[in-house]
Ligand binder design. Sequence first.
Ligand code: ZN
Ligand code: CU
Length: 484
Amino acid sequence: MALRCDLIIRDVTVFDGTGSPRFKADVGVTGERIVAVGDLGGASADREVIGTGKAIAPGFIDAHTHDDRAVLCGPECMLCKMSQGVTTVVVGNCGISLSPARMRTRPPAPLDLLGDESWWVYDSFGDYADRLARDPSPVNTYALIGHMSLRVEAMQGDTQRAATDKEAAAMQKRLAEALAQGASGFSTGLYYPPNMMAPTDEVIAVAEALRSAGGIYVTHMRNEANDVLVSIEETLKIGRDTGSPVVISHHKCSMPENFGRSTETLPLIDRGAANQKVDFDIYPYAAGSTVLMPSRLRPDVPVQVTWSVPHPEMAGRMLADIAKEWGLPAKEAAEKLLPAGAIFFQMHEDDVQRIMKHRLAMIGSDGLPHDSYPHPRLWGTFPRVLGHYARDLGLFSMEEAVRKMTGHTAAVFGLVDRGEIRAGAYADLVLFDPATVRDAANYDAPTTPAEGIVETWVNGQSAYVNGQGATAARAGRLVTRNRA
Ligand code: ZN
Ligand code: CU
């Protein structure tokens, strides 16, 4: 009997996510899975898409996001990602997760990246998972539990110090509970006050919960500037001491005096990788973005404001111009803007390219979806890697670009049956035009949708169609490390 599918995409160039050379085939989908890849001339389907001249890849996995809240607010909220071909987001990064933590007043920075106290209503990860199940996102969610979220609760807000043994034990217990409820790992943001007060031993004590659960450790390291090598050593030690795989978040060499030092950091990571599991993610831009911290401003790092509670009208403007207008030194102008967020032009393009090209690199946007004038990485990351870096600059092949967004990422995070195009895998798919795909968002127009992404499917359902936007589908689900 002839094969009958829900969907067949015909005569399309397949990038299968493994890095293998592209090939021409038909791809058949039934229900939530890919059922066949090859010549499906004898098969028929309810919907047939002619893919001639187009490419299909596994849906992109955004290895680093702050979408904890965005996945709860419906298809429109995830348009920034689905319009790039993203079908799975890793939330809870940089020590910041929406659960388990309840806030009665505005959460301290950087937790407020996720919103004011009205969003902090999940006493347990289980409550957050229930909400996602009741009110599903259009994309899949993979969740980490943030160190700072645990600290605020365990230390009752008194976080400008190291945790006591008792407090660390309480955090470990909460982490273990979250892992049992479907979370996949633990993240830290040791760069940020007040988390920088946490010594390595505190992190190890909490992360011990990862061992028996088989969880992953992910970190915005203590230092990405002068002490970046020491921080990589600290990260590797935390992984070894807890028997956990580690991911270095948004790897970079920050500040002008450290430009070029990826020639030191990458060999150190390579040496670590010979003995333990270590990988990293990167966003394809030479500027970062986070909360505005006046004490860390430097005259040689330009700053662009992304949001401000007292001065929302300043979003998008350069801090130097605001300071001039107000007749204030930059630091005082920054203080007047708080709480606020900003973009920091603090990296060198040579490091960005060297790090992105490395075999262990995964692509993660680190996009900040609630900023009023976000860093363009929120809308542009994946098409920028495919278009600008792979096709236009030839930094690596498009096969390799896709692997860094799919197969490699799925393997690192333990996303079972995702990140590859093969019979039996989930039908998370993106159809795109390899000749025209490109990012269109930039620092002057940060929310412009990417071009060349034709359609995105999540678990077999169409989630985004170019020219039409998000569909009504909410086929995403919570996905857990190494769980089918
Ligand atoms: Zn971070
Ligand atoms: Cu981040």
